[in-house]
Design a binder for this molecule. Sequence first.
Ligand SMILES: [Zn+2]
Length: 320
Amino acid sequence: MKKIELHCHFDGSLDVGFASRLMQEDVASQMICTGAKSLAEYLEKFTLPIQLLQTESNLEQFSYLLAKDLVRDEVIYAEIRFCPLLHTSQGLTPNQVIAAVLRGLRRVPEVKTNLILCMMRNFSFSENNQIINVALEWLRRGVCGIDLAGDEANYPTDTPDFAELFRRAGISRIPFTVHAGEADGPESIKAALRFGAWRIGHGVRAIESDGVISRLKSQKIAIEVCPRSNFDTGAYQDVKQYPVKKLLQKGVMVTVNTDNRTVSNTSLEQEYQLLKSEFGFTDLDLFFCNMHAAYSAFISAGEKVALLEELVRDFESLRK
Ligand SMILES: [Zn+2]
């Protein structure tokens, strides 16, 4: 089945083979999470990837390998996210970082891609403001929006700084999504909605608030669900409690994503299989999730229609 992915972190999705060659040792255990107790512990798996992504050649090669991986996974459109300021410790500028990542992705024309630049919860106001400015410079030239990522439990969403940053993004008409309702509850999603979020990263804990669910529905705001990652970070321990099917049945625009292909050792196809085997998803449910993703992507109306048409053609051919 052809797929769309809206929530995939570049630094969480690095090719382990290439990383091991660079480090001259097997680094799989440093990059793949095999059971964390918290989001903070899960985030420790990003230390080595960030260390490796400090040169233009590594940035380009890893993004090229990620694009090849997306094609193998039958992804036709992907929004890849990362924080450019985390890749400047050896002297690269944010512009050089973004240009290198885009060069790698564009070497694989079989998959359309755009970048989402992440503001970080632990960053200063001026660092996050710099990310908004860089996004504005690259908007519609490979960058399609911004995000807020990092440790949600220890750095809550609802602060005056984040409100002001997203107010600025809104004035500049930069589309944005916010990681919310993953490690923190529905209050975090409420704040993101008040800021004017176009989509919600994860958002599964919307299930705890009827008010949040009805706002997501009435405003047609999609949630970027990443099932395996939610189990890896300990956001959910019991598969039976995971509300993905309930959210879809209640009419929320659910999209399915990997979050981190390497850290969570997954692919979109594997996420689909998990949803089918554990939650009774049908091919039609997954097709609707992809339709939601096309509708909610940070692209032009014309590009959305092209994606929707491609998904319909593909789904019809699968049912023949
Ligand atoms: Zn994420």
